[in-house]
Design a protein around this ligand. Structure first.
Ligand code: MN
Length: 488
């Protein structure tokens, strides 16, 4: 990957983009990472460039692409964040800072931390562009996962599948979600992956591409005759979603697969309807399978025309017809435009979502712009919550103003009861010091300690800590009484 490729990608999105700063960022990062190698043996700057390229591909703005190049500088080189700020300004430095914070997050497969982690992921990234950078960083790491020991491969793949991918779905960045999921699938279920890959890539490939070519020729001819500008794509079905469908519905591969799917992309909405008419004049539609999500978008904002017809050789053939703009919304989500989530609506099962996810989906539906969305999320969903780390990197979700004592009781009631001191970000702190988002907290324990101090009740914020302290104090009063009245 070269900086030239990134520049031309950025210019594709915005011919007037001022790319001088981009080149400067490249020189700066190359110097900072000079001599560093990735596990696979390639030079480190390649990772930075790939991350930036992926960002340009999903049409992120210029500053985000630049931050993509710089994203590992403060963490892994001698240049610190202040230096980045001096050279590239507050906006870019803010993005890089966000990434550095997010890199502390680790999911070790312990389910009880999963929700907090997902929440924290969103809450810490004050700016959603930070999340996009993190996704692209992760995607490139997944692509080069072979170089890592197996244990690490699995940890990273699981973390991506359980934390990152659902958030990518929530934000409508489908393209990244699919790519991440397929790579994780490959490392987590290698045998299943190989089986499906073989069927899809080898057994069915020739048949599928022949069929799609046939449809393209017939339809393309007719559309050109009508003077409609169009693009036809054979739709990519991703392996992980096929695997999930097979698992959920206990269906065989062929049942899911023997539907041919194509997408027709046009310039304007009237053209979409013209294309629908042309398709129906060529092949007989299956009556109940026509959906007009342009006139009546899905509640999540998704727009397209859908129809299924008896195609060539009487094969069931599915079409999605949409404009370029709708296509970008559906693929890139928030990174391209303002966009909601949910292609075909099935990927996010709203019923089983925790309350905060429902809140986000609701906010999305009613938000007028990306900024509006971000601000509302900050106000409504994460209002009065903070996220702090244990020394192992587990995340705890606490009410605002929580103290080390609240934290201790969230880790374990015995840790609370025996706590004797606390360190915040490796510095000794008082027990009533309010914690901040992203702090890492370590509790110092005195095993001989009898129980909590009831004065703690004056400053703890969480109900859990309050209850545990009251409970433990009752217990100790009870045992004191017992000493006085042994017959109790
Ligand atoms: Mn990185």
């Amino acid at each position: 990957m070269t900086i030239k490729q990134i520049i031309s990608k950025v210019k594709e999105n915005d011919p007037n983009a001022d790319v001088d700063l981009l080149e400067l960022a490249y020189e700066y990062a190359a110097k900072a990472h000079d001599g560093q190698k990735r596990m696979a043996g390639e030079s480190y700057i390649q990772h930075s460039l790939h991350t930036a390229y992926l960002l340009a591909q999903i049409k992120a703005d210029l500053n985000t692409v630049i931050a993509g190049i710089l994203h590992d500088v403060p963490e892994d080189t001698e240049y610190d964040l202040e230096d980045v700020r001096k050279n590239f300004g507050d906006d870019i430095a803010g993005l890089v800072e966000g990434i550095t914070k997010l890199s502390k997050l680790k999911y070790r497969g312990v389910e009880r931390y999963r929700e907090s982690l997902r929440k924290m992921f969103l809450a810490m990234a004050q700016d959603l562009r930070v999340i996009l950078i993190k996704f692209c960083d992760r995607l490139h790491n997944l692509r080069t996962l072979d170089a890592l020991p197996q244990k690490k491969q699995i940890r990273i793949a699981r973390e991506t599948l359980e934390i990152y991918a659902p958030i990518a779905g929530l934000l409508g960045v489908w393209r990244l979600k699919w790519q991440m999921e397929d790579l994780c699938f490959k490392y987590l279920e290698p045998d299943e992956y190989k089986k499906l890959e073989y069927k899809y890539e080898i057994e069915k490939k020739v048949e599928r591409s022949k069929f799609i070519q046939k449809v393209k020729n017939t339809l393309g001819q007719k559309l050109s005759d009508e003077g409609i500008e169009y693009r036809i794509e054979g739709r990519f079905k991703h392996l992980y979603s096929i695997y999930q469908k097979m698992q959920k519905k206990d269906r065989k591969f062929d049942e899911i697969f023997d539907v041919f799917a194509l997408r027709v992309i046009t310039n304007t909405i009237p053209d979409c309807y013209k294309v629908l008419g042309v398709i129906h004049s060529l092949w007989k539609p299956k009556g109940d399978r026509i959906k007009d999500y342009i006139a009546v978008p899905k509640p999540n904002g998704y727009r397209s025309l859908h129809t299924t017809v008896f195609g060539p050789d009487n094969k069931s053939t599915e079409f999605q017809i949409r404009t370029n703009e709708m296509n970008e919304e559906a693929l890139y989500g928030i990174s391209a435009h303002w966009h909601y989530k949910g292609e075909k609506g099935g990927a996010i099962n709203e019923k089983n979502q925790p309350a905060w996810v429902k809140d986000i989906l609701n906010i999305q539906r009613h938000a007028k712009s990306t900024d509006d969305f971000i601000n509302t999320i900050k106000l409504d969903v994460f209002h009065k919550r903070i996220f702090v780390f244990s020394p192992k990197g587990d995340v705890f979700d606490l009410p605002e103003g929580s103290t080390p004592v609240d934290f201790a009781y969230h880790v374990h009631s015995e840790i609370g009861n025996k706590m004797n001191g606390a360190m915040i970000n490796n510095k000794i702190a008082s027990l009533d010091e309010p914690l901040k988002n992203g702090d890492s907290v370590e509790i110092i324990i005195d095993k001989k300690r009898k129980g909590p101090n009831s004065d703690w009740l004056k400053f703890v914020k969480s109900n859990r800590a309050k209850e545990k302290i009251k409970y433990a104090s009752k217990g100790s009063r009870f045992s004191q009484l017992k000493k006085i009245f042994p017959g109790m």
